[in-house]
Each structure stands twice: as structure tokens, then as C-alpha cells.
Design a protein around this ligand. Structure first.
Ligand SMILES: Cc1cc2nc3c(=O)[nH]c(=O)nc-3n(C[C@H](O)[C@H](O)[C@H](O)COP(=O)(O)OP(=O)(O)OC[C@H]3O[C@@H](n4cnc5c(N)ncnc54)[C@H](O)[C@@H]3O)c2cc1C
Length: 435
């Protein structure tokens, strides 16, 4: 059983772990020289409903990646405006920790392998090729190429290439596997109807900030600095991460400590930023042109069912942003795990899993699919950590931070350790019966 995963962001890494546990020979292709994709500059975990989704996946036996993240967290259980019980992983250490784990379990990680061609037979992918002409054959493929960039999209729909961590000029831009098979993909919109969404945070070098701010970040993990009225910029509407589109994020500079200082706004004019006390020497670490813009995302999402099988191709699954307007590392990790699990089941001809809507993860996957079929739904973003999906979780009683309640529910649904392949997919009857 050979599974090729295209894209080494959080969804691809989680898929690799789960596919390997299922007994597959796994190759993970990544176009750059580092794993984690946009997760290289992220860091926020377990905030609000992401806590629930994380513990659900752990109870289902898919917690390996979350353990690495928890082990590499700089701050745990912190609060910042609108967000509770967040962990912040160290963006310096975590990528290497994930890579060594994948190597340890025997995943074949290939860097600088930018997939640019899909070879098809009878509506199935037989192999993919990278830009150097290397061919990778497999039985099942998983598209985890994300939705960010490439540069022409950032130029056309954003403020130009801001020189972000995706480094398109050096490694070549994103290429979608689903797109190469000829399947028409969904395009996300902003609230005003224009295409795409801008990434919602930047990184500042801590050493360019005042010692008071650095001290606060190092000790508390968070620093909230009011912005003088005349310097306020408003970028809330264009943000990909609607969970941070709150007035507090406009009126204050909100910094989080992920190793660098994560600045919770898509961009902020450097000259203005330097007028705020403590920021006189501020410098951007990511994107380099964080004073002007940020990466643009949500251009190419695959039509898929709730088992994460891409509709229209026999042996292709998808996860992460590719699987819909889902924002976040947690969202990528849970969908990556499910896509890989179902890839293994598909290969074996066994029953595949649709996570029931009694769990936050199942609700997210099904709800996003429904929403993406409407014009209005395409202009929103969905995350366990805020905005519409978190509101919905609360309304439906799906949000809890009580680990034993989560474990009990997972057990009741007969999904305990399912991602360790220790149990079979329960019948629909059992799934419906559980409270
Ligand atoms: C600046 C920024 C900050 C963020 N902060 C947070 C945060 O703090 N917390 C949070 O939960 N979420 C955060 N997010 C959102 C989160 O990072 C993403 O939603 C999630 O990680 C997406 O994962 P993914 O695997 O779907 O895609 P990506 O992270 O985009 O990964 C896709 C990978 O595929 C590779 N790829 C693309 N095309 C090809 C190809 N043809 N061949 C081979 N490889 C290819 C890319 O190089 C990339 O590594 C942030 C996003 C950004 C941009």
C-alpha cells in the first residue's frame, strides 16, 4: 500500500503519521526545504474550541502530532482578547521536532519536490511528477497543498508579494494536485465579495522591541499595547482569521510569544508602528514586507465529501485548507488524520469513516461543506477558535474543555482509538444512537 501526500504543511504531516500507522509506505512531498508550511509562522493552539477538537482527536487515537506540539509549547493555558486556554508553540523548535518524528516512524520526506504533473488512468491518479522530473507512483494520493499564493495571486488580490515564509520566488509557487486532475476548485471570498483572504498575523524580531515588551512576552506570553488613536489601522475585514477580527485587535497591538513576537494583524505600516512607544526599532521577521501586506489564501479548495475524498477522482483525498475554508493548524491536523485514515481504508476496500456531528470535528467538516455550497458561506472562514464555527459549537453544546466528557463521548460513539486502527468503523446506527 503506497500513499503519496503532496504538501508538507500541518495537514500533510498529520496525514503522514496516520497513513504510516495504517501500514502504508508513505512519501511526503514538500516543495520547500522545511515542513509545516504556513505553520512555520503560526503557533496558536488549543484556543477556544480548538481545545475540544484537539482532545477529541487524542481520544480517537490520533494525538501524536498534538503531543509534539504540546511538548514544544513556550506558553500554556494563556488568555488574550477573545481567546482562552491557548498554547503557543515555539516556531523555532517545532518544525525540526516534527521532521525527526516523521523520519523515526519511517515516512519518506522529500524536500524541494514541487509536484507539477499528475498522470491519470481511468479517472485515477497513477503517479505524480515533481518539477525535476522525478516520478512518484502510489495507490492513493492526498492533496495537502494548502491554498496560499502563488505570487500572482498575492499581487492580483493582495498588496503584492510580501516575501513570506512560503518563499515562492525561491521554490516556485503552490501547485494544486486536485487542480491538475482537472477538477474545478472553490474560490473563497472576502466579506466585500473580492477574491481570497489575507493572512492575519506577522512576526517581529523580539530584539527590535523595547526590553519592557520583551520581558512581558517572555513571562506572560502575551503583551497588549494600546495604539494612539491617530495611528490606528483597520484591516479586520480582509483577515483570513475572522476569530481575531475583534475591535481589541484594532485598538491595540497584540503580541504573542512564539519565539518571535507574533503581531496579530495582517500588516501594519512600519513608519507608523515605530511611532508607538516600545516599537521605535521594530523590524519584520515575517513577512519581510509586513509593513505593506501579507500572503493571500483560500484560492483553491477541493470539492469533497465528508470522508474527505475529492469528488470526481477515484483515489484522491484532501485535507487542511484544501478541504475547505478551514483556518488553523488544529483544523489541518484533524482533517489530515481523517484523510489518511480513509485513504488506508479505501485501499483495503473497507468501510471509511465519516466523523459524526456529535463531535466538534465532525460538525466542522460537515458544516463547512454545507456552507461552501452557498455564496454567503464562501465569504466566511471557519475555525474552532472563533467566529461562526465556534458560535455554532457553543450553540450545539459541542464546546467543552472537560477531558473526561470528551473521552466518554468518543467512547460512546465507539470511536476510541479508531485512528490507531484498533477498532472498526462503527455502523451508522451506532453513530446516530449516541448522544
Ligand atoms: C502568517 C500566518 C499565521 C498563522 N497563524 C496561525 C496560528 O497561530 N494558529 C493556527 O491555528 N493557524 C494559524 N494560521 C493558519 C494555519 O497556518 C493554516 O490554516 C494551516 O496550517 C494550513 O495547513 P495546510 O497543511 O492546509 O496548508 P499549508 O500550511 O499552506 O501547507 C501546504 C504545504 O504544501 C506545500 N506545497 C504546495 N504546493 C505544493 C506542490 N505542488 N508540491 C509540493 N508541495 C507543495 C507548501 O509548500 C506548504 O508547505 C496562520 C497562517 C498564516 C499564513
Amino acid at each position: 500500500m503506497k500513499i503519496v501526500i503532496v504538501g508538507g504543511g500541518w495537514s500533510g504531516c498529520a496525514a503522514a503519521v496516520c497513513a504510516k500507522k495504517g501500514g502504508a509506505e508513505v512519501t511526503l512531498l514538500e516543495r520547500t526545504d522545511m515542513l509545516l508550511g504556513t505553520g512555520l509562522v503560526g503557533g496558536i493552539m488549543r484556543n477556544n474550541g480548538r481545545y475540544t477538537a484537539t482532545e477529541e482527536l487524542i481520544a480517537m487515537g490520533g494525538g501524536e502530532i498534538f503531543k509534539i506540539v504540546d511538548d514544544n509549547s513556550k506558553h500554556k493555558n494563556i488568555e488574550f482578547p477573545g481567546h482562552s486556554h491557548a498554547n503557543l508553540y515555539d516556531i523555532g523548535k517545532t518544525p525540526a521536532a516534527v521532521l525527526s518524528y516523521l523520519k523515526e516512524i519511517g515516512v519518506n520526506v522529500v524536500f524541494e519536490a514541487r509536484m507539477t504533473k499528475a498522470n491519470m488512468e481511468d479517472n485515477s491518479i497513477v503517479s505524480v511528477e515533481d518539477a525535476k522530473g522525478n516520478v512518484y507512483e502510489a495507490d492513493v494520493f492526498i492533496d495537502t497543498t494548502g491554498t496560499a499564493g502563488p505570487m500572482n495571486n498575492c499581487t492580483k488580490y493582495g498588496n503584492g508579494c510580501a516575501m513570506c515564509i512560503l518563499r515562492c520566488p525561491s521554490f516556485g509557487g503552490r501547485v494544486s494536485l486536485t487542480g491538475l486532475t482537472g477538477i474545478k476548485e472553490y474560490v473563497g471570498k472576502k466579506a466585500n465579495g473580492s477574491v481570497g483572504a489575507m493572512s492575519g498575523s506577522c512576526k517581529l524580531y523580539k530584539e527590535s522591541l523595547s526590553s519592557e515588551i520583551v520581558e512581558e512576552l517572555n513571562t506572560k506570553g502575551v503583551a497588549v499595547i494600546p495604539i494612539p488613536e491617530e495611528l490606528i489601522e483597520d484591516h479586520l475585514d480582509i483577515k483570513a482569521c475572522q476569530q481575531y477580527a475583534l475591535k481589541e485587535f484594532k485598538k491595540n497591538v497584540i503580541l504573542l510569544d512564539t519565539g518571535h513576537a507574533k503581531l496579530m494583524t495582517p500588516y501594519y505600516e512600519l513608519a507608523k508602528l515605530r511611532m508607538i512607544p516600545g516599537f521605535e526599532n521594530a523590524r519584520y521577521e515575517d513577512p519581510y514586507a509586513g509593513g505593506k501586506g501579507n500572503s493571500m489564501r483560500y484560492f483553491a479548495m477541493a470539492p469533497r465529501d465528508n470522508k474527505l475524498k475529492v469528488e470526481g477522482v477515484n483515489n484522491l483525498f484532501c485535507a487542511g485548507e484544501k478541504a475547505g475554508l478551514l483556518v488553523g493548524h488544529t483544523e489541518a491536523i484533524v482533517t489530515g488524520t481523517l484523510a489518511a485514515y480513509n485513504s488506508v481504508k479505501f485501499y483495503k476496500g473497507e468501510e471509511q469513516l465519516e466523523i459524526p456531528r456529535q463531535l466538534a470535528i465532525g460538525e466542522a467538516i460537515a458544516y463547512v461543506k454545507e456552507q461552501m455550497e452557498t455564496e454567503e458561506g464562501l465569504s466566511k472562514k471557519y475555525t474552532f477558535s472563533g467566529s461562526v464555527l465556534f458560535d455554532r459549537m457553543k450553540e450545539l453544546g459541542l464546546y467543552t474543555i472537560n477531558n473526561s466528557d470528551i473521552k466518554n463521548k468518543v467512547e460512546e460513539l465507539q470511536l476510541k482509538d479508531i485512528f490507531s486502527y484498533k477498532t472498526e468503523v462503527p455502523s451508522e446506527l451506532n453513530l446516530q444512537g449516541a448522544k
